[in-house]
Design a binder for this molecule. Structure first.
Ligand code: ADP
Length: 319
């Protein structure tokens, strides 16, 4: 393999730039040319593909977002769109592709593999919802952003003796909610993987209030439902002064943490190694701090699991 491509697709996440840098530098280190595809799969179809040199990925390791931009592309879901993408890659002599993105992007990578085009997936999403890896690139940064925000909200919550409902991202996964809730001592953490009963939540709030608690923090994963609606219900049922904050897209931005930069560097480099070793149709990941890889279709057929022990612990510690 003498020429490979790299793209970022779907929702962006902090650390994607560090992953791009690792792909580019690792390939060049092995004497392989690298091409950057702009706007994810859309750039493959529209032929927005440029050669990247070592210097092109300088000064990006610490930056959020993605230098290659990202997009969602409906056309790539059609056989014609994918055919055009492969024709453009072949015309440039690009023999393999690294796709950095979430599970949707991995489905695209799976389709390319089915067409015989060597593709490797690198998990980049703040949601931490991809089976086959303990952590996805961007999760740690998003978590730290959430914790920073909750710490600030806690200050004002204490001053005003309020109940705060905080809605966090994660799509259908509760990882951001669970980890941030545990890290910030939230009274209640609502995640889509567990059933929740309003009477338990209200009971816990009341007991805390009677015990003299000055404030309560309730974290709601977006996969459970709307934070503002939930906040309204709490207010109606408890009569406690309740406020809601939807953290939104601040969770997707910012300079990646050291952990995400290191993870992105390890996974990006490993993706190149796999391509050069003739592997295809797999995703790279981290398991027990070791870089691993797994067939992408197998990974996509599995369901991401929340850490149930951690959830139980969060409940035990917030009595
Ligand atoms: P993420 O990668 O963050 O999960 P999306 O789910 O939006 O984001 O997927 C990103 C892109 O991946 C889509 O816009 C589309 O181009 C491609 N994609 C997603 N699902 C498929 C599919 N089943 N077949 C082909 N391409 C897909």
């Amino acid at each position: 393999m003498k020429k490979i491509g790299v793209l970022t697709s779907g929702g962006d996440s902090p650390g994607m730039n560090a992953a791009i840098r690792a792909v580019v530098r690792k390939a060049i280190y092995h004497g392989v040319e690298v091409y950057g595809v702009k706007y994810g799969y859309a750039g493959l179809i529209n032929n927005e593909i440029d050669k990247l040199e070592i210097g092109d990925v300088g000064d990006i390791i610490h930056k959020g977002g993605t230098k290659l931009y990202t997009a969602r592309c409906e056309e790539f879901k059609t056989p014609e769109g994918r055919q055009k993408a492969i024709e453009n890659l072949n015309a440039l002599g690009i023999q393999g592709l690294v796709v950095i993105g979430g599970d949707g992007s991995f489905r695209g990578a799976e389709k390319l593999t089915e067409l015989g085009y060597p593709t490797i997936g690198v998990p980049g999403t703040i949601d931490n919802d991809i089976p086959g890896t303990d952590y996805t690139i961007g999760f740690d940064t998003a978590l730290n952003t959430v914790i920073d925000a909750i710490d600030k909200i806690r200050d004002t919550a204490t001053s005003h003796e309020r109940t705060y409902v905080i809605e966090v991202m994660g799509r259908n996964a509760g990882d951001i909610a669970l980890w941030s809730g545990l890290a910030d001592g939230a009274e209640t953490i609502l995640i889509p993987e567990e059933e929740h009963h309003m009477e338990d939540i209200v009971g816990r709030l009341r007991r805390g209030h009677e015990r003299g608690k000055k404030h309560s923090i309730i974290i709601v994963a977006e996969g459970v439902g709307s934070g503002p609606e939930f906040s309204q219900r709490i207010k109606e049922e408890t009569n406690l002064e309740t406020r809601v904050t939807v953290l939104g897209h601040i969770q997707r931005g910012g300079s990646p943490t050291a952990y995400d930069r290191v993870l992105a560097s390890r996974l990006g480099a490993n993706a190149v190694e796999l391509l050069l070793n003739g592997e295809q149709g797999c995703m790279v990941g981290i398991r027990n701090n070791k870089v691993v890889h797994k067939n992408i279709s197998e990974a996509l057929s599995e369901t991401h699991e929340i850490d149930r022990d951690m959830y139980r612990l969060s409940q035990e510690l917030s009595i």
